[in-house]
Design a protein around this ligand. Structure first.
Ligand code: CMP
Length: 138
């Protein structure tokens, strides 16, 4: 059954002009783009998005990085979207990412890792709602 997930093209990939190549990989893998927007979030907005990681040692640096430049936020749909996007992205640390994955091709480090994808149904719902209103999901 078609499922929705949430994804971000992160500031490092935007700075390197990799957004188009990453979107092409996503479409080639069979995802439908339900909603998409480019935006520049504040540190406070990044902290809200990554609230579940607030106790982690990398929280300050991660939220600083995510507010360091524009991002592209999007909602993607296909069968098994959550699992399939995570496979397409590759491991969080690009050093461990399989050949052919987005992070293997475009990510520089565990923090500057080019793309985010929701890790479960409940986080996908929270993340979609954080960036998009219901009427934008078409
Ligand atoms: P993301 O999928 O956006 O979810 C949380 C992010 O935290 C993750 O990608 C990485 O960018 C970042 N992250 C996870 N682990 C570490 C770490 N050990 N050091 C720095 N950043 C990390």
């Amino acid at each position: 059954m078609a499922q929705r997930t949430f994804s971000i093209i992160k500031p490092d990939a935007m700075r390197k002009n990799h957004a188009g190549a990453i979107l092409a990989e996503i479409e080639r893998a069979g995802f439908r783009i339900v909603a998409i927007k480019k935006l520049f979030i504040s540190k406070a907005q990044a902290e809200g998005f990554y609230y579940v990681h607030r106790e982690r040692p990398f929280f300050a640096s991660l939220t600083q990085f995510m507010s360091s430049g524009p991002i592209i936020a999007m909602v993607l749909e296909k069968d098994n979207a959550i699992t399939d996007l995570r496979k397409l992205m590759g491991a969080t640390n690009p050093a461990n990412a399989d050949e052919g994955t987005i992070r293997k091709k475009f990510a520089a480090s565990i923090e500057e890792n080019a793309i985010h994808g929701s890790d479960a149904e409940d986080t996908a719902q929270f993340e979609i709602g954080y960036f998009f209103a219901g009427y934008e999901l078409l």
